[in-house]
Ligand binder design. Structure first.
Ligand SMILES: Cc1ncc(COP(=O)(O)O)c(C=O)c1O
Length: 359
């Protein structure tokens, strides 16, 4: 069977499993802010129409300026892209013919971007039982490659490595001239997040990647950015299509950056819901990953094979993300997004039903 490579678009997952898609479903497979886009996007939507008939600014000057102010870096250290995914594919291009180490399990696009550019891929597997990063081993492994990918917060587990870990990696990568790519697509969901931007000074080869599609719930519009040193950015930029970021995405991005209250509300909601879910799972013998963000890994502690549990959820219209293509997980866990109270009421009812079937 050919498993879909990403979450979202659940029709592909039902198709692959030869299951009928129930009329009413809740998609827990995409990790998007459950509040939907900030109200300003809908309120000012009509202002976007005139942008359609002009070419967008290929430098994304205004958005870049706003990001620079927010992050405390200079504008020359920012490259805006058509979602984090476009930027990952640009990174793949500059790794052509080289060797990259991916701290796994992680977002599958790193490997994809490397492979299409004939970049040799190696894995550094995290321990998925203790959820520990074997840092000492990683510091040795990174000497033998040209680049290291670290997803922080980690997709799929939701775990977050603190700034000291990144600083240590950055110093070591600088010593061995290894490129360090830290994907912070979900950084803004982490309460205790401390900016890693200062690491760019100690590590010339460092790239910090951000997505704006998760927190601001705009995956259909596509927006992300990279922070790195100028020399690195000019290599990346030379591979980027001129107008890859459209004018609507830029304008929406400009609006979103001032939505601090919405971000606070989101974090508050996610924290409350996470606590409620985890206490249910704890009491009902499910294992879950120690997540700091808006998604988590889950498995039924009472059964070895998770596939019947996965099928049960799908049949009930509760769509998890399978983990068949995450090295180290290989389908032994399910990933679910954290959503709102209404969705979780339904989800927990279904979990209780499963417990009855299962026992
Ligand atoms: C860890 C991680 N990085 C980057 C991306 C790309 O995000 P986007 O292209 O929507 O900005 C994703 C999307 O799921 C992701 O999970």
């Amino acid at each position: 069977m050919k498993w879909p490579t990403h979450g979202s678009n659940p029709q592909f997952l039902y198709g692959a499993l030869h299951l009928d898609m129930p009329e009413s479903v809740i998609d827990f497979s995409a990790n998007i802010n459950p509040l939907g886009p900030p109200a300003i996007v809908k309120d000012r939507w009509n202002e976007l129409f005139p942008l359609v008939s002009d070419y967008p600014d290929p430098t994304a000057a205004r958005l870049t300026e706003l990001i620079a102010t927010k992050e405390g870096v200079c504008e020359k250290q920012i490259l805006v892209g058509n979602g984090g995914a476009e930027l990952i594919s640009l990174i793949g291009r500059i790794l052509s013919g080289k060797k990259a180490l991916i701290v796994q399990p992680a977002f599958s696009e790193y490997e994809e971007a490397c492979r299409v550019n004939q970049c040799e891929v190696r894995y550094h597997l995290m321990d998925v039982e203790s959820w520990e990063l074997r840092l000492e081993d990683l510091l040795v492994d990174l000497r033998e490659v040209d680049a290291v990918f670290l997803c922080n917060p980690n997709n799929p587990s939701g775990m977050f490595f603190p700034k000291q870990t990144i600083e240590l990696l950055a110093r070591e990568c600088a010593k061995y001239e290894t490129m360090l790519i830290v994907d912070e697509a979900f950084y803004d969901f982490v309460v205790e997040y401390e900016s890693t931007v200062s690491c760019l000074q100690s590590c010339e080869n460092m790239i910090i990647l951000r997505s704006m599609t998760k927190m601001y719930s705009i995956p259909g519009i596509r927006l992300g950015y990279i922070m790195a040193n100028e020399a690195m950015l000019s290599k990346l930029r030379s591979n980027k299509p001129h107008w890859s970021v459209n004018a609507i995405a830029m304008k929406v991005g400009e609006w979103c950056l001032s939505e601090e209250e919405y971000v606070e509300q989101t974090i508050h909601l996610i924290n409350n819901e996470r606590e409620r879910l985890m206490s249910f799972y704890h009491e009902n013998e499910f294992f879950y990953s120690p997540t700091n963000v808006n998604f988590y890994l889950l498995k039924d502690a009472k059964v070895h094979d998770q596939f019947p549990f996965f099928l049960f959820l799908m049949e009930k219209g509760m769509i998890p993300r399978h983990t068949m293509n995450f090295p180290g997980l290989d389908g032994k866990w399910l990933r679910l997004a954290i959503k709102g109270p209404t969705e979780h009421e339904r989800l927990l009812e279904v979990m209780k039903e499963w417990r009855k079937v299962d026992s």
